[in-house]
Write a protein that binds this ligand. Structure first.
Ligand code: ZN
Length: 433
């Protein structure tokens, strides 16, 4: 299971690649691609997926009969903190060639230094009558962000502050190599340099994932571990019939690391538009859709903070979570996590039936913590939602660490979820089968 996760992570250096690779896996499993710009003709008992901006993806299965109890949905994000390469990227002085970059999301800067970084993203090229998009992944080392030697910065180990415009500028070659980035990208894509109109390129960590002594370490575990686990569960559950019929939905969103407020992020209309068109294709009215949503459920899957062995003081006493000890249900009084009594009870029941232990997480009352997908997606499509994740260390590092047994636990929990159906009975009562 972890080797399959590492392969998925390696194939997904950026959110564009995460969508492209996920689409490939869905197509292999018999899913048909739909396009937002085209008409949709849906058949019963079939799998479909749709993408937006090439960086967000939603897949679903239609019910065998026309009727179904509700949508059983998961959401994870395909983007990770990294460095966006600016449009006029190369900066040559008399000796060095460096890249002009800016931070995408909030990374741990120290972890990005002194390691080989590669370049991936999308290239927009001139095409017959307009433009076309190509993905690119140079895959091999292309740049390093070098530290200053301890001899010149004696305070380097006493709490370092990183200025992104000074300390985080990558070295990518010698001055004589100027022009190299565009040339290498054009070669990789197989187009002439002058046909590249613009790019969305990122620096990423190409190091492979490893399993060691009960743990795994890899780049982008937040949130590709959850993306992989929810996709695996979604596909596995597809082979089994659920009674009553449901519509399972798998979501992979871009831009979580920068607040989700983009045309393809969790705050966008993408999920609403997709569900709306799906209902339309099944000849359901808006009132039918509202009725279905009342018996639907969203599992927002984004990794959680395990207790740090060197810094246990950051945990909340009764809400500490540990790697290899179960799926994490996240709580927050201010609803940055959507979990409430109802959603935690429903999800807990499903995990109990699947034989998967759960752990309950809350931030220390004096720490604000992060945000995630669930509450943001709920502003567009509102339904019972639980925020969950797998416990990990060093979130937003270039190389993160998690439990070796946890991916499998998440797959089992979510396979159980996709194999369940929920029916609202009113007054806070639900049937969960
Ligand atoms: Zn995340």
């Amino acid at each position: 299971m972890n080797q399959a996760l590492f392969d998925y992570i390696a194939a997904c250096p950026t959110a564009y690649h995460a969508v492209d690779h996920t689409a490939l896996l869905l197509e292999k499993a018999g899913y048909t691609e739909l396009h937002e710009h085209a008409d949709w003709t849906l058949e019963g008992g079939k799998g479909y997926f749709v993408t937006r901006n090439g960086s967000s993806l939603i897949a679903f299965r239609t019910p065998m009969t026309g009727d179904f109890s509700g949508f059983m949905m998961t959401a994870a994000h395909g983007d990770s903190p990294c460095f966006k390469i600016k449009e006029n990227a190369e900066m040559a002085d008399g000796h060095h060639l460096r890249l002009s970059v800016e931070k995408y999301g909030g990374m741990l800067c120290a972890s990005w230094t002194d390691r080989p970084l590669s370049v991936a993203g999308r290239v927009v090229v001139r095409a017959e009558g307009g433009i076309a998009t190509r993905l690119v992944d140079l895959a091999e080392p292309f740049a390093v962000i070098p530290n200053v030697a301890i001899h010149m910065n004696r305070n380097a180990n006493d709490g370092m502050s990183y200025n992104p415009a000074v300390d985080m500028i990558p070295l990518c070659g010698e001055a004589a190599d100027a022009g190299m980035l565009k040339q290498r990208v054009a070669e990789a894509v197989g187009v002439a340099e002058e046909d590249i109109l613009t790019t969305d390129l990122f620096l990423y960590n190409p190091q492979a994932g490893v399993e060691w002594n009960g743990y795994i370490s890899a780049p982008r575990l937040d949130d590709l571990q959850c993306a992989f686990a929810s996709l695996t569960a979604f596909l596995e559950a597809g082979d089994k019939a659920v009674q009553p019929d449901t519509v399972p939905v798998f979501c992979l969103f871009d831009n979580e690391e920068v607040g989700s407020q983009t045309k393809q992020g969790a705050a966008s209309t993408f999920l609403y538009d997709t569900l709306h068109r799906l209902c339309d294709g099944l000849e359901l009215t808006p009132a039918d859709m509202a009725r279905k949503l009342a018996s639907s459920f969203l599992v927002s899957c984004d990794n959680a903070h395990a207790v740090h062995p060197n810094h246990p003081e950051y945990r909340d006493g009764n809400h500490a979570v540990y790697m290899n000890s179960g799926v994490v249900v996240k709580y927050n009084a201010n609803q940055r996590y959507t979990t409430d009594g109802i959603s935690a009870a429903i999800f807990g029941l499903i995990c109990e039936r699947a034989g998967v232990p759960i752990q309950r997480y809350a931030n220390r009352a004096d720490m604000p913590g992060g945000s995630t997908l669930g509450n943001i997606a709920n502003t567009q499509v509102s339904l019972n939602t639980v925020d969950i994740g797998l416990p990990q260390l060093a979130m937003h590092s270039a190389y993160e660490t998690a439990g070796a047994r946890d991916t499998e636990l998440m797959v089992r929990a979510l396979t159980g979820f996709f194999g369940s159906a929920i029916a609202a009975e009113g007054n806070g009562s639900y049937t969960v089968v």
